[in-house]
Write a protein of this length. Structure first.
Length: 178
C-alpha cells in the first residue's frame, strides 16, 4: 500500500457537482492499493496514518497526531499511485483490480473507523470521477509505503514446494520399500 498524506486546513470531495464529503483540519489521505497487499499492510497503514505526528502542540512542532488533536481524516482511493511508465504511457498493472480493491478499501475504512472515531473518517465514492479540493497546511506532505508483509498463504506455498522437492529427492515419500 502507498499513501500520500497531506496535513490540511480543509478538504472536500465533489462528485457530479455535489459535495460528497468534507473535513476541517486534519489529514487527506490518497491511498493506493497494490495487487499483492494483505491485511498486514492494511494494519500497518492504519496505525501509521493515525499515529503520524504532523501537528504542532503549543508551538512545538511535530508533537501530535490526528487523534490527539481530534481532527478528521478524508480518505480517497487512488489506484494511479501504482503506476509504471512505459515510455510516456501509464501502466497500472501493479494496482489491485476493481472488485477486489473496492472490498479491500472498504475494509481499510472499517479499520480506520474502528481505530479512531467513526464519524471522523470520511471518504469519497470508490471508482467515481471526483474533484478533490485540498487546502494543504504548511505545506506538509508525507509519502508513506507499507513494507511488504509475507502472508500465510505464500509461506504455506513455499513450505509445500520445499516438501515436494524433498519427496522427489528421497524417492516419493509415502511409498513403502519392498
Amino acid at each position: 500500500m502507498r499513501a500520500i498524506i497531506q496535513r490540511v486546513s480543509k478538504a472536500s470531495v465533489t462528485v457530479e457537482g455535489e459535495v460528497i464529503s468534507s473535513i476541517g483540519k486534519g489529514l487527506c489521505v490518497l491511498l493506493g492499493i497494490s495487487r499483492d497487499d494483505t491485511t498486514g499492510e492494511m494494519e500497518y497503514m492504519v496505525r501509521k496514518i493515525l499515529n503520524l505526528r504532523v501537528f504542532d502542540d503549543n508551538g512545538k512542532r511535530w508533537k501530535k497526531n490526528v487523534m490527539d488533536k481530534e481532527y478528521e481524516v478524508l480518505c480517497i482511493s487512488q489506484f494511479t499511485l501504482y503506476n509504471i511508465l512505459k515510455g510516456n504511457k501509464l501502466d497500472f498493472h501493479l494496482a489491485m483490480g476493481g472488485d477486489d480493491s473496492k472490498q479491500f478499501y472498504e475494509e481499510f475504512l472499517q479499520q480506520m473507523r474502528k481505530s479512531y472515531k467513526p464519524e471522523a473518517i470520511k471518504d469519497g465514492i470508490f471508482g467515481a470521477y471526483m474533484q478533490v479540493d485540498i487546502q494543504n497546511d504548511g505545506p506538509v506532505t508525507i509519502n508513506l509505503e507499507a513494507p511488504i508483509q509475507k502472508n500465510h498463504k505464500n509461506q504455506q506455498d513455499s513450505a509445500d514446494k520445499s516438501r515436494q522437492g524433498n519427496d522427489e529427492v528421497s524417492g516419493g515419500g509415502d511409498s513403502e520399500a519392498p
